[in-house]
Structure formats: structure tokens, C-alpha cells
Design a protein around this ligand. Structure first.
Ligand code: NOJ
Length: 517
């Protein structure tokens, strides 16, 4: 387990939209480089950069055309290597996005694979053996290649599935995941990982990590065995390299597959979803952090606690403010609600991720025309807003050249930093406490003291006690009844709203948060 993860706080960068330095309207590596001090100052010490490889960008770069070459619009390979170097000098780690399940249809491997004549890449993707065959319930494409067969898709039409085999092959054209041809796909992936790790990257966020072996069993045993093989290689050759999975099943991802971290994704009805984006309840949004919702933390705890208990000694669950696939919380939560929300997310166990711009409250724009396969996700991918100059300091290009429009009515970093009570200054304060208090680290202790509906949610992280009250009503709690800790001498380290403790009685105003020590 890479020890640096204990104190890691990640910042996710969608490179298209972060900072443009060459005036083409699209963010670039140089832009990230220029903003490393900003990221560090915020309190983040690690980056996840969305795919920045050569790509036709039909899915924002998740359609990789060449795994070992950067996209020219972001800069050269050398510039990325330099970014790793400078980031390291500043104490910042860098994860790239690894897309193991599919490539672009323009990848050389795929072009070779589609040829009629057998070659080294014929089995690199999943093909049937007849031009009008379906693929046993999976999406597929025919009519595009000279080969007599159809091929399986892993996501969009532009993303043919790489062949890691089937758990239990049932058709002649299906290979076992143990077949040497499928192991060769694993080897090719490992080669790509070694390539970037040798150049200085610190690991990978792994796209659709659970999608490798097709028709896998319910425990995803085939896919897990592949990741365990990869983890063993990392442990031996790159023990400081970290892997975080897009899986959202920590028992499988961490315990069985060997990922160091697993994202708690916004999946319908899971614990994370109930916190920020529970739009499904008839009668309105019932997200825990909405002040007019039912304030029931039990819905979150019921899902989260078993996952935490099962995995706490083996890896970390990663909470995120948002990601490039999910509506920004500004869509539905007020600034005060987001303050309480982020304060809690950043003080739970595990390794947190902040999505660029969430620290200032960039808006989600719901009805944007789709860009690079973004669809409803496009409104979450608009440019970072740095200041109140032209194009909000994102780019010097003319407005019509910008990757996506900037939101001139929205917040910007410079203005928000200048306000004492802004969200960004709260994030900075909480992260500074997180880095200085060992108990708040990823593997620090965690115990729920109070987790019932309509009461503040109170948890202990070692010597610290943290309380959250998302409701508009003020609350009073006798802390002495909850734990043997001596609450008489505690002090407030940070708070949202008015919070105080006197002789062990905690008083919290409506919509508040407090860290006590
Ligand atoms: C998950 C990524 O987060 C998403 O942006 C992408 O479209 C799909 N995987 C396909 O790679």
C-alpha cells in the first residue's frame, strides 16, 4: 500500500477545461503546470487527470487512439513528463486515467484486428465468426471491417471492447479469460502501465475497472484475478504506485481485485447518492444535505458502514465532490448546503477527491448541447473560472473557439479567495486541519456516535469529534451521553454556522458543521 495515500487529497482535472496557455481555447499541460501552486495552496497533494492521450475525442478522450502518446492539443509527451517532475518537486502526485476496457475504433490495434487476414491483433478485440452474428446480448457492430464477423462494444459505438475473454465461454468464438490470446491483452495493458510509471506517473484512475472479463460470475472473479495479477506486479516493481477504480463495489474492487481505493460513485439509491443527489424521491429532492429534506443519515450509513467495515484494513473508499460524469452539486444545493456537505466529505475516512471548480461552486449547466460525447455531462465540464478578466482567465482565445463557454455570471477563484466566508476558504481550512491532524487521515479511526434521523450526525475520528446538522433548525446534544470522552475541555477547530460546546453540551445553529478537539 503506497503510504502517501494516507494523507492524500486529490484534485480531478478535466484537462480540456482547466487552463489554456496557447490560446487555442482548450486547456493544456502547461496550464496545469502553472496552476500547481494553486492546487497545493488549496490543500490538494495529488491529481487525477482525465485521459490526455491521442484520441479522436468522441468520448472526451476515453476513446484512446494511442496509449503511449499524448494528445497534441494538450502538449507533447515531454511536457507531460515535465509536469510529473515539477509536480513531484512540489509534493504533488499525478494519476493518469487508464482505459483498459476499450480503445478508439481508430487505434492501430483495432485497424489490424479488423483485417480479414489473421495477424497479431486478430484476437485483441472480441469478434464473432460470422458477419451477421449477434454477441449474446452485448452491443455490437457489423459492416465496418473486412473481417467476417461483428465486434463487441464496451461503451459508445466508437469504443470496441478489448478481449480479456469470457468467464465461461459458450460460443465457439468466445475465449476463456485464461486463453493465451486474452492474457496477451493483459500483457499489452501492463506494458502501457509500465510505460507511464517509468516516465514518472504515480498510478492510475482505472476506467470501468469491472468491465474486463465478459459474462463474469457474480463476484467478478475473472476480472478480479486480472487486477490481482496487476497489483502483484505493482507491489513488486512500483510499490508507491496507486490504483483507484471506477467500480463502486469496494468489497470486490479492494478486497478481491486489490485496488488501493474505490470510488463511491453516484449510483441510484446507494449511500453516496442519498447524500447529494437523491432526486428520485416522489415529492422532490431528498438529498441529506438539502435543508428541507428528511435529514435521515441512516440511509447513508446503512449502505456505507458495512462497506467501510469490510474494507478498512485493506484499502480506502473515495468520496468525491463530483466527477466529470455527474451533475455538479451547484445544480441543486445552495452554497451553505455545499459547505456542510464538503466539510463532511473531506473529514470522513478514505481518500477524498475534489472535482476542479467545485471549490468555488462552478455552476452545472443542464441543457448544454453535447460536446465530445458528453451529453448531460457536458454541463459539468465547462471551463475553470480563474478571475474576472476575458474568458474568466481560462483562455485568451476568441469566445467562439473556447472548448465550452465560460459562465460569466458564475464565481471565479480570485473573487472567492478574497471573501472570508467563501466555500473555497472553508475547503482550505478543513484541508489544512486534515493534513495537520493524523486522526483525519485516510486510515484514521472512525466511529459513529450519533446516526439517527433528525439528530445531528456525530462521528469520532480519534481525538476529534465532528458533528453535522444539515437541517434549518438549531440542535442541542449532550455529548457526554454519547461517549466516555471528556467533552468539558474541547475546542472548536473549524465550523460552518454557529457551534459551541459548554460543559459537554453541543449547540449547533441550523445548517452547521463543527470539528471539535
Ligand atoms: C467512465 C468514464 O468516467 C466516462 O466519462 C466514459 O464515458 C466511460 N467510462 C467510457 O470510457
Amino acid at each position: 500500500m503506497p503510504s502517501w495515500l494516507k494523507d492524500a487529497v486529490f484534485y480531478e482535472i478535466y484537462p480540456q477545461s482547466f487552463k489554456d496557455t496557447n490560446g487555442d481555447g482548450i486547456g493544456d499541460f502547461q496550464g496545469i503546470l502553472e496552476k500547481l501552486d494553486y492546487i497545493k495552496d488549496l490543500g490538494c497533494n495529488a491529481l487525477w487527470i482525465n485521459p490526455c492521450y491521442d484520441s479522436p475525442f468522441k468520448d472526451a478522450g476515453y476513446d484512446v487512439r494511442d496509449y503511449k502518446k499524448t494528445a497534441a492539443r494538450y502538449g507533447t509527451n515531454e511536457e507531460l513528463y515535465n509536469l510529473f517532475k515539477v509536480a513531484h518537486e512540489k509534493g504533488i502526485r499525478v494519476l493518469l486515467d487508464l482505459v483498459p476496457g476499450h480503445t478508439s475504433e481508430e487505434h492501430e490495434w483495432f485497424k489490424e484486428s479488423g483485417k480479414a487476414e489473421r495477424n497479431e491483433y486478430s484476437d485483441r478485440y472480441i469478434w464473432t465468426d460470422f458477419w451477421i452474428s449477434g454477441i449474446a446480448g452485448h452491443p455490437y457492430i457489423g459492416g465496418e471491417c473486412e473481417r467476417n464477423g461483428t465486434y463487441m462494444l464496451n461503451f459508445f459505438k466508437c469504443q470496441p471492447a478489448l478481449n480479456y475473454g469470457f468467464f465461461n465461454p459458450t460460443e465457439k468464438w468466445q475465449k476463456s479469460y485464461k486463453d493465451p490470446a486474452c492474457v496477451a491483452t493483459q500483457d499489452a495493458l501492463i506494458d502501457v502501465m509500465r510505460f507511464w510509471l517509468d516516465k514518472g506517473c504515480d498510478g492510475f484512475r482505472v476506467d470501468m475497472a469491472d468491465s474486463l472479463v465478459k459474462d463474469d460470475d457474480k463476484d467478478k472473479s475473472g476480472t478480479c484475478s486480472i487486477w490481482r495479477r496487476i497489483r502483484a506486479i505493482l507491489d513488486k516493481e512500483y510499490p508507491e504506485a496507486a490504483l483507484v477504480s471506477e467500480w463502486s463495489n469496494p468489497r470486490q474492487a479492494i478486497n478481491s481485485a486489490g485496488f488501493h481505493m474505490d470510488f463511491y460513485l453516484d449510483h441510484w439509491g446507494n449511500g453516496y447518492n442519498t447524500l447529494l443527489r437523491d432526486y428520485s424521491t416522489p415529492g422532490g429532492d431528498n438529498s441529506y444535505f438539502k435543508s428541507d429534506a428528511d435529514g435521515d443519515i441512516e440511509r447513508f450509513l446503512k449502505d456505507y458502514l458495512p462497506k467501510y467495515e469490510e474494507t478498512k484494513d485493506k484499502g480506502y473508499i473515495s468520496f468525491m465532490t463530483c466527477n466529470h460524469d455527474t451533475p455538479r452539486t451547484t445544480w441543486t444545493l445552495s452554497e451553505r448546503e455545499r459547505k456542510v456537505a464538503y466539510a463532511m466529505l473531506l473529514t470522513l475516512p478514505g481518500v477524498p477527491f475534489i472535482y476542479y471548480g467545485d471549490e468555488i461552486g462552478i455552476k452545472y449547466i443542464p441543457d448544454m448541447p453535447t460536446k465530445e460525447g458528453g451529453y448531460t455531462r457536458t454541463g459539468t465540464r465547462t471551463p475553470m473560472q480563474w478571475d474576472d478578466s476575458e474568458n474568466c482567465g481560462f483562455s485568451s482565445a476568441s469566445e467562439d473557439k473556447l472548448y465550452l463557454p465560460v459562465d460569466k455570471t458564475g464565481p471565479d477563484v480570485k473573487t472567492e479567495l478574497g471573501k472570508n466566508d467563501s466555500l473555497i476558504n472553508l475547503v482550505k481550512e478543513i484541508l489544512a486541519i486534515r493534513h495537520s491532524e493524523k486522526d483525519l487521515r485516510a486510515d484514521g479511526p472512525f466511529e459513529v456516535l450519533l446516526g439517527t434521523k433528525n439528530e445531528p450526525f456525530i462521528y469520532k475520528r480519534g481525538l476529534l469529534t465532528i458533528a453535522v446538522n444539515p437541517k434549518p433548525e438549531a440542535k442541542t446534544v449532550d455529548l457526554n451521553k454519547l461517549s466516555l470522552t471528556n467533552f468539558k475541555d474541547v475546542t472548536v477547530l473549524s465550523s460552518v454556522g454557529d457551534c459551541s460546546v459548554e460543559k459537554g453540551t453541543l449547540r449547533m445553529s441550523g445548517q452547521s458543521f463543527v470539528i471539535l478537539k
